[in-house]
Design a binder for this molecule. Structure first.
Ligand code: AMP
Ligand code: ZN
Length: 140
């Protein structure tokens, strides 16, 4: 993955504001932060997104997320932390190396649109049919 910017960060070829690392993951500050403390956790091994990431790395990402949001709670005293992860260009994934966003939230911050969708009851038949389609396609 010669051109992947996050692989370059893992290799130390470009700098980052590192927050945490272990054998599987690296966490660093987003350089276009939604808020101060906006942190990205990535697997050290390249994987494009949730479709591809090995289970072992996914587990490591989530264990790191737990560690880091506890540290954020202590260091930044947020009122909450939003966790966000995008898969594919259609979902606005820009960097094609899996990354898990942690965004500390404070009173008065602008709303995150993804967290404030209108709660309108859906079409129950369509919901049920779609659930069945997904369930039937799940592979163990
Ligand atoms: P997305 O793929 O939309 O989930 O977001 C990619 C994120 O990576 C954006 O929030 C960028 O600001 C962030 N980003 C891109 N390049 C760097 C970099 N060199 N260091 C830190 N964050 C980056
Ligand atoms: Zn990569």
């Amino acid at each position: 993955m010669e051109e992947c910017i996050f692989c370059k960060i893992v290799k130390g070829e470009i700098p980052c504001y590192k927050v945490y690392e272990d054998d599987h993951v690296l966490a660093f500050e987003d350089i276009n932060p939604i808020a101060l403390g906006h942190t990205l956790i990535i697997p050290k091994r390249h994987a494009e997104n949730l479709y591809e990431i090995p289970d072992e790395d996914l587990v490591a990402i989530h264990l790191a997320a737990k560690k880091i949001i506890r540290a954020m709670r202590e260091a930044l005293e947020p009122t909450g932390v939003a966790c966000l992860q995008l898969n594919g260009k259609g979902a606005n994934q820009v960097v094609m190396h899996y990354h898990f966003h942690l965004v500390p939230r404070h009173a008065g911050d602008p709303e995150l649109p993804i967290t404030t969708w209108e709660l309108k009851p859906g079409d129950k038949d369509a919901i049920e049919e779609t659930a069945k389609k997904i369930a039937a396609a799940i592979k163990s």
